[in-house]
Design a protein. Sequence first.
Length: 87
Amino acid sequence: MAVILQTEVQFDAQGHLVIPIELKRAIAAENDASLIAKVEDGRLILEKRDNVRERLKARFAKIPADVSLADELIADRRREASRDGEL
């Protein structure tokens, strides 16, 4: 089971979010760490860039190397446009 650490955070006078040291330590963030921020269902979620990258790699790992998702998307858009009489 995951350990949950909960604490209050504050915005400073300039609107910067102040992350308490215990939260920084809990995610093993270095001083120069880059976090990705997103709002999901009214929640602010901060994740280390490397964690996001690894999750995306895992999500798309089963796609064969010879498959281009970009080419498939373009082909889908062209089919949709031709059905709509746009091409």
